[in-house]
Write a protein that binds this ligand. Structure first.
Ligand code: UFG
Length: 346
């Protein structure tokens, strides 16, 4: 019997990581999770095992701990790495930039050392559309759009990480590497056993909506209603996390097929923009739950409208997102209800 291809998934118990673990297993890979649970829940592992019907290989290691990471690579000899583990809260990064630079850059450097030492064939990096900054005049952004200065230290770590990967690739051209630039990941697995678990008050729109609807937050404030958009609220490209997870598996499969090294950056989005108001309306309509909301001032640093040109993703990875905004909203709501039931039964 063929041995399954091992893929190291750092941050595999996190939001996007956990959904990618499911997608990898469904596609015949063997994920090896590295996650020290500083920003994720231990219960995710049991729920992943429920969803996949498999025992998972999970290692509670800090990716910055080079020796521990090296020991794991030496024993597992993975064929690929998907590197999610990183801090990602914009506001926190402004308060504590050094923590962001130290963790997000050092963990990447350690993993790239492993790529070289253990000749790991494929590498996928979790990047963000934040690298485009505020794309002046552009609404639909392709990968050729110039990398800007990011608004936050968090965003800046993504830009620097992409630069580190580019420099590394020049010294290691046989590496097959992709940076995936996510737009706005939303939604949860259809089982409602895994999803986004914000620590503290959520910054992102959909968790704020579902937490308000369940009664954890009093009211949703829509930041700004006088933008130059059809309904005056900001427009984003919300991609279902299961589609995003699938894009990672496609990236690994694409890289595997190449017979020489390469480095590329690919947008992952739906190619469609949805306004904040449309998100609120769709939530109410899809769930039948009335959402308390009000309009407030604009949030500093918000771009009026941005969505992906995802033509490259379709061409290179052969992948088109399958889920609708309604799927995202319904699954996020089911997940919020699951969290609520579990928290109240404790
Ligand atoms: N919004 C509200 N009320 C809220 C929360 C959000 O109106 O309570 C609005 C925002 O103003 C924005 C939209 O909902 O117009 C989406 O906001 P999110 O915070 O969910 O997402 P962003 O597009 O601002 O953030 C995303 C990623 C970040 C990344 C950033 C910059 O989540 O990681 O893009 O590119 F840094």
């Amino acid at each position: 019997m063929d041995e399954k291809k091992k893929i190291i998934v750092t941050g595999g118990a996190g939001y996007i990581g956990s959904h990618t673990v499911v997608a990898l297993i469904e596609n015949g890979y063997e994920p090896i999770v590295i996650d020290d649970f500083r920003n994720s829940q231990k219960a995710v592992v049991a729920n992943l095992e429920k969803i996949t019907g498999q025992k998972l290989s999970v290692h509670a290691i800090d990716c910055c701990n080079e020796e521990a990471v090296r020991n794991l690579f030496a024993s597992e000899k993975p064929m690929g790495i998907i590197h999610f583990a990183a801090y990602k809260a914009v506001g926190e990064s402004v308060e504590n930039p050094l923590m962001y630079y130290q963790n997000n850059l050092q963990s990447l450097v350690v993993l790239l050392k492993m790529v070289k030492e253990f000749k790991v064939e494929t590498f996928v990096f979790s990047s963000s559309c934040t690298v485009y900054g505020e794309p002046k005049g552009a609404i639909s952004v392709d990968e050729g759009f110039p990398i800007a200065k990011a608004f936050s230290p968090y965003g800046q770590t993504k830009i620097i990480c992409e630069q580190i990967i580019e420099d590394f690739h020049k010294s290691h051209p046989e590496g097959k590497m992709i940076c995936l630039r996510y737009f706005n990941p939303v939604g949860a697995h259809e089982s409602a056993l895994i999803g986004e678990y914000p620590i503290g008050k959520p910054n992102n729109l959909l968790p704020f909506i579902t937490q308000t609807a369940i009664g954890k937050r009093e009211i949703l404030t829509i930041f700004g209603k006088d933008y130059d958009t059809p309904d005056g609220t900001c427009i984003r490209d919300y991609i279902h996390v299961c589609d995003l997870a699938e894009a990672h598996v496609r990236s690994i499969a694409f890289l595997e097929k190449q017979n020489r090294g390469l480095l590329d950056a690919v947008n992952v989005g739906t190619g469609k923009g949805t306004s904040v108001k449309e998100m609120v309306d769709t939530f109410e309509e899809a769930t039948g739950v009335e959402l308390k909301h009000q309009f407030g001032p604009r949030r500093q640093g918000d771009v009026p409208a941005i969505y992906a040109n995802n033509e490259k993703m379709q061409r290179v990875l052969g992948f088109t997102p399958q889920k609708t905004i309604r799927d995202s909203i319904t699954s996020a709501w089911n997940w919020e209800k699951y969290i609520h039931e579990n928290e109240s039964s404790k």
